[in-house]
Design a protein around this ligand. Structure first.
Ligand code: PLP
Length: 399
């Protein structure tokens, strides 16, 4: 019999991937289900970007590249990050990988062991705790209640830091809440970190372009450049350019960390797919109008869904500032009874009831903060409206 290694036994599969797979199965079996679990844009990759991938293949761009990517991709990343943060990163400060997910995993693998602690504000992207566990670290979950805008406060950060803290992970705009920090909030967190020079910051900015407020979403390394020598910035093309299947993500940061990451990458994958790198570089340097067009649609769906959810007695929803998720509060339905006579004890019971009612969503416990559920608006506008109608009918049927 096969016995998995301890690091595998410690972790669980991604609940969002599992929920999306279950929704697909049910639909394949004929269920009338609106799938609100998806974590990827419903838009297609722009044609010009696809063409760049095809051109790369036809030009024979089909071989291994440098571990840290092609010169064209590195230059695109450098420009992008400099534009966003004001900092120019050298070639020896850049890593590329098969998605931001792989970059984060390898960054943790390169830096965490022996129960080093990683502070993860909750609600969090489902993968962070398991990635920390897989790499022999200890996730330290800090609940960030809705009353605080789902954001980490300086006091909570201070309390969570110990001698063993290695990283603080920040993710803004956040999956699942769409919350993001202002310059002042980041400066206040940075002030705490300045008192604890052993704590590094990993800032996952994968949703930075999917932003509904004025200006641009802030970055801690821009607000507090004095932390640049212990800040790792992660981003990618998946969400911004609807390129989830191309699998290109990147990270920039301190040289020693980058060297460790790239050493691991050299033994793990050598490099991400060459044609995907060409397409990603083209996406980042070409016409950017796709972003504004798609963000306008995400914003319209957000507005429709927030209004519809807030009109349902028992549910309430904070308006997200970015990304394409809603994280409604379902405290008002806990303790109520379904038409089948089952009592809804928690947010998992509620999403299972929603599944029976024709809507697939993900329960808040998977993100570390209950009672909530996550719905994605990366579907069509019609489906967002239909899902909200079904949720309203389902809640109205509760006793
Ligand atoms: N970070 C967050 C917060 C995400 O939600 C996701 C995708 O769901 C990723 C990273 C990974 O993106 P990718 O690996 O496609 O670049």
């Amino acid at each position: 019999v096969f016995t998995p290694a301890a690091r595998v036994a410690r972790i669980k599969p991604s609940p969002s991937v599992a929920a999306a797979a279950r929704a697909k199965e049910l639909r394949a079996a004929g269920a009338d289900l609106v799938d609100m679990t998806v974590g990827e844009p419903d838009f297609d990759t722009p044609d010009s970007v696809k063409q760049s991938g095809i051109d790369a293949i036809l030009a024979g761009d089909t071989k291994y590249t440098a571990v840290n990517g092609t010169p064209a991709l590195r230059e695109a990343i450098r420009r992008r990050i400099a534009d966003r943060t004001g900092i120019e990163y050298g070639d020896d400060q850049i890593s590329v990988g098969g998605g931001a997910k792989q970059i984060i995993f390898v960054a943790l693998m390169a830096s965490v062991d022996n129960d080093a602690e990683v502070i993860i504000p909750a609600p969090y992207w489902v993968s962070y705790p398991d990635m920390v566990l897989a790499n022999e670290g200890k996730p330290v979950i800090v609940e960030c209640p809705e009353a605080d805008g789902f954001k980490l406060t300086p006091d909570a950060l201070e309390r969570a830091i110990t001698d063993k803290t290695r990283w603080l992970i920040l993710n803004a705009p956040s999956n699942p809440t769409g919350a993001a920090y202002s310059d002042a909030e980041l400066a206040a967190l940075a002030a705490v970190l300045e008192r604890h020079p052993h704590v590094w910051v990993l800032t996952d900015e994968i949703y930075d372009e999917i932003w509904f407020e004025a200006g641009r979403v802030s970055s801690i390394v821009k607000v507090a450049p004095q932390l640049a020598d212990r800040t790792y910035v992660v981003n990618g093309v998946s969400k911004t350019y609807a390129m989830t299947g191309w699998r290109i993500g990147y990270g920039v940061g301190p040289r020693e960390l980058t060297a460790a990451i790239n050493k691991l990458q050299s033994q793990m994958s050598s490099c991400p797919a060459s044609m995907s790198q060409a397409a990603a570089a083209a996406a980042m340097t070409g016409d950017q109008s796709f972003i504004a067009e798609t963000v306008a649609v995400y914003k319209q769906r957000r507005d429709i869904a927030v209004e519809a959810i807030n009109a349902i007695p028992g549910l309430s929803c904070t308006t997200p500032s970015g990304a394409f998720y809603l994280y409604p509060n379902c405290a008002g339905v806990i303790g109520r009874t379904t038409p089948k006579g089952e009592v809804i004890e928690n947010d998992l019971d509620f999403v299972l009831y929603l599944l029976d009612s024709g809507v697939a969503a993900i329960h808040g416990a998977a993100y570390g903060l209950s009672p909530h559920f996550r719905i994605s608006t990366a579907t069509s506008t019609d489906l967002v409206e239909e899902a909200c109608r079904r949720i309203a009918a389902a809640v109205a049927a509760l006793r």
